[in-house]
Design a protein around this ligand. Structure first.
Ligand SMILES: Nc1ncnc2c1ncn2[C@@H]1O[C@H](COP(=O)(O)OP(=O)(O)O)[C@@H](O)[C@H]1O
Ligand SMILES: [Mg+2]
Length: 263
């Protein structure tokens, strides 16, 4: 296959006696949607924290385009094009919708407070350009968010908050976007809109891949090219959802959760 966008090799971390992520390997190709599923506490969010540099792995490696990024600090990994959203919303509620998108550009633009003070006119131009681009990103996701871009983010309902977080991730010009349970708190209609948003973003950004932790099995059945199943920190299966959901070890992992067999 072509060079993977992201590769994990033997990735692991323990917290005291608990092995939260255990020897995980996988490759993500470019232009690909992969979902990660698994029971609560399986280690899915911890895996994201390892990929994005929030935790340093105890073992193993993270490669982006074949380049070792293991243990780099989060801002450097972000600057290399790995954007993410968190399980709980992390918007700046009092800032405008537009400002929340512009914050996503921070990791890649050169404007610093110092340069803004030294060359205010140039910094101003750069800010204007950022605002224009952020507006365009918002508009590509939702005409309504664009129209309301000067309103505070805190007033948005759940589905628009997720959309805004995706807009902020896009502002990084990412090659990979990690979404942690994006459909949580959404009804069926919002979830369908979310899938359409992700598909549209894929079409408009060639090469971009998504890695999505998800518990909504309708989304997992419909959206991804590939599904990875995590249980007790280990990867226990990978493949098409229609196939992996039938595997006894996957059924076993979900015993008592009823999620997979009801999909
Ligand atoms: N910073 C931490 N310190 C100690 N234990 C943690 C920490 N982060 C996660 N864990 C534990 O690691 C396990 C996996 O958690 P998590 O990755 O959040 O699971 P998931 O996202 O799959 O529900 C859980 O048992 C959790 O309590
Ligand atoms: Mg989680």
């Amino acid at each position: 296959m072509t060079q993977p966008l992201l590769s994990l090799r033997g990735l692991g971390i323990r917290f005291g006696g608990l092995v939260a992520v255990d020897d995980v390997d996988f490759d993500l190709p470019p232009s690909h949607i992969t979902c990660i599923i698994g029971p609560n506490g399986a280690g899915k969010s911890t895996l994201f924290n390892l990929i994005t540099g929030i935790y340093k792995p105890g073992s193993g490696r993270v490669l982006l385009d074949g380049q070792d990024i293991t243990g780099l600090p989060p801002h450097q990994i972000a600057a290399k094009g790995v954007a993410r959203t968190f399980q709980s919303s992390r918007l700046f509620e009092d800032l405008s919708i537009l400002d929340n998108v512009m914050i996503g550009m921070h990791s890649r633009t050169k404007t610093s407070v110092l340069s803004a003070l030294l060359t205010p006119r140039r910094a101003r131009r750069e800010l204007d350009a950022c605002a224009e681009e952020a507006s365009a990103i918002l508009r590509s996701l939702s005409e309504e968010l664009y129209m309301r871009r000067y309103e505070p983010a805190g007033i948005l309902p759940q589905a628009d908050r997720r959309r805004l977080e995706i807009a902020r991730a896009l502002a990084l010009h990412p090659r990979l976007i990690l979404l942690d349970e994006p459909s949580s708190g959404m009804d069926d209609r919002d979830t369908a809109d979310l899938m359409n948003d992700i598909r549209r973003v894929m079409r408009e950004n060639p090469g971009l891949s998504f890695l999505i932790i998800e518990h909504d099995m309708r989304l997992v059945a419909e959206l991804p090219d590939d599904v990875i199943v995590i249980d007790y920190g280990k990867k226990i299966a990978q493949g098409q959802f229609a196939d992996v959901r039938l595997l006894p070890r996957v059924q076993q992992a979900y015993l008592g959760q009823k999620a997979v067999e009801h999909a």
